[in-house]
Design a protein. Structure first.
Length: 404
């Protein structure tokens, strides 16, 4: 892959920006790592450092109930400085998006190839991406796994795609829901419409073997897989820590009666998982868009979301720039997201530090944030379906439609 001057400038500039802040503005880094929009109980770098402190003293990193992440991260940060790790991950994600965009094809007559360098630049200089990197959110590792899985699938590398998804699942579970669109991407890369039975079985085998190997590595690192299962997967499934974040779960489960807690946790998880089947079946011709939409839905409906989830969604979304003329509420969605992005930190400060507000202030703005993302997701879904409809029925092009 040849790198032009523009591509080199984008990646060099992105690396220089991040490393400059890491080395010359450490107080900014300390501030960002405490922000609830960036740091959650399952992605906090401060919590990881607590686990690393215990691990380096031959204690279980899960003692004390603070650390809720995969122990493999302890090994990585035990050898490499955090500034280089997070910067490298961002650059790797940007490179993956560039290659995917350069290879992307579509049957839509509206589709026009876009320079992958533009996609990489939009991702690397997205404020949400930069804040996630500087705030040292460990969700970046999950983003890396998802981006690498999508890249491998578009190049018909099934083992690498499923291995990457297994790594993401090992970290945060929900990437396992991306198996169907990744298998469809793999099939498209090989010239098929849908994956054959052998491809599906082979992919699932690679996924299962890799996940089991990663789980086995936990025993080698910590000596006990039980603590890991309870503190990582059990923690994500049962949502015991209701620390405020930009998601929808924390306030709801603060207010709900304990007798209904298990029921609604099941409902929330089933709701998030329910989108996978319908989207994959209906949009099987556009598996990359299915993956992109699911990333947006995860950013809204997962129990501990952060801006790192949104950054990856916004990284993939510009690849479908050709549907912009068919969208209806782009201005409303972008305005709502911008509005809530600016007021969210202010409302949290008023509640926690100034004492002149309450939890309703912050939860209200997180509802607005989720509403903005939901409008954007629904609008782009409509646009893709409208584009597909116009391809199938050219005589309807340009005519008003209320339902597809």
């Amino acid at each position: 892959m040849a790198w032009g001057k523009n591509t080199f400038a984008v990646f060099a500039g992105a690396a220089a920006l991040r490393l400059s802040v890491f080395f010359f503005f450490p107080t900014v880094i300390d501030f960002l790592t405490t922000q609830v929009e960036i740091s959650t109980p399952t992605s906090s770098f401060k919590r990881l450092k607590e686990g690393l402190f215990l691990y380096e003293r031959s204690l279980s990193p899960y003692d004390g109930g603070v650390f809720h992440q995969a122990p493999l991260l302890l090994v990585i940060f035990g050898f490499f400085p955090a500034s280089l790790v997070f910067t490298a991950i961002d650059l790797a994600n940007g490179l993956a998006l560039k290659i995917i965009a350069d290879r992307l094809k579509s049957s839509s007559p509206r589709f026009k190839p876009i320079n992958g360098t533009v996609i990489a630049a939009a991702f690397l200089f997205n404020p949400f991406t930069i804040l996630s990197c500087l705030g040292q959110s460990t969700y970046l590792f999950t983003n890396l796994a998802i981006a690498q899985a999508a890249l491998a699938a578009t190049t018909a590398n099934l083992p690498r795609a499923m291995t990457s998804l297994a790594f993401g699942t090992y970290l945060t579970m929900y990437p396992s829901l991306l198996i169907p669109p990744v298998l469809l991407l793999q099939a498209q890369a090989t010239g098929s419409t849908v994956p054959g039975r052998q491809t599906v079985l082979e992919g699932l085998a690679w996924f299962a073997v890799t996940l089991l190997a990663l789980l086995g590595s936990t025993v080698l690192i910590t000596g006990d897989i039980g603590d890991f299962i309870r503190s990582c997967y059990g923690f994500q499934l049962t949502v015991p820590d209701l620390t405020p974040n930009i998601g929808l779960w924390w306030y709801f489960f603060t207010e709900i009666f304990d007798s209904f807690r298990e029921f609604f946790i099941g409902v929330f998880w089933l709701h998030m998982a329910s989108y996978v089947g319908g989207l994959t079946i209906r949009l099987y011709k556009e598996p990359l868009f299915v993956l992109t939409t699911l990333l947006g839905l995860f950013a809204v409906f997962k129990p501990y979301p952060s801006v790192a989830d949104v950054s990856l969604y916004f990284g993939f979304l510009p690849m479908y720039h050709h549907i912009i003329p068919l969208t209806r509420y782009t201005f409303i969605a972008s305005s709502v997201i911008l509005y809530s992005s600016l007021l969210g930190p202010a409302f949290h400060y008023l509640w926690i530090y100034a004492g002149s507000g309450n939890a309703n202030f912050f939860f209200a703005i997180t509802l607005v944030w989720s509403l903005g993302l939901a409008i954007l997701i629904g609008d782009t879904l409509f646009a893709v379906l409208r584009d597909e409809w116009e391809v199938e029925r050219p005589d309807m092009k340009g005519k008003d439609v209320h339902r597809i």
